[in-house]
Ligand binder design. Sequence first.
Ligand code: ATP
Length: 235
Amino acid sequence: MLRLEGAQLNYGSFRALDGISIHAEPGELVVMLGANGAGKSSLFLAISGLRKLSRGNIWFKDQNIAGRKPSQIVQSGVVHCPEGRKLFPEMSVRKNLLLGAYVHRQDKKESEKILDQVFEMFPILYEKRHDMAGSLSGGQQQMVAIGRALMGRPQVLLLDEPSLGLAPLVVKQVLGVIKAINDKGTTVLLAEQNAYAALQIAHRAYVIESGRIVMEGDRDTLLNDERVRKAYIGA
Ligand code: ATP
């Protein structure tokens, strides 16, 4: 469904992605593990067209989307939920969510229908729909960011560090929601430093270090790998 071949991305003379090849099949939940600065965000920025690759291809359902505009990429079904949530704190939860539907320029009725589905998934956001997004807790704000991405009707959802800065119990809730989204059929690519928790919900994972894939495997293989446990799980 989504496949990168030899993706290379430079910031000036610094190579942030150094020949990355990965794939995600329909319905898969694939985790990208890696420390700070490993290149996870750069990878997602490249997939969503916000950064240009200097080499390589990005295939989404048999079309090479490398070089396309971010708006075209979202419209085709690849939606990015960025690190740091990037909400409008002084706008209501409802308005923040509706912004995610803007890219499809669909009629109001259709947006309201998807909004209802998002509220069904996040009842707390329905309760707080008229509150300013900035007044919500960190976990609730992350739910808004994920809900806004869902408003774009993703076939592939790119989630960059959704658990960043959240308390362990809240991390569990957020990852539970991500699993539910995947269970309903959306393909998910999830970047996480919280390796143990993320692997629990993953089908497969890649380990990225200094812009390169250094390991890949299914959930159990990585959970049981001694190098992964030492470097990312702390066991
Ligand atoms: P984090 O979780 O901290 O965001 P990451 O794995 O997502 O880490 P990236 O943000 O992709 O890593 O960064 C990869 C490397 O590229 C890092 O060394 C970072 O300092 C560098 N980098 C990122 N953005 C830029 C930029 N705009 N200009 C120059 N270097 C950058």
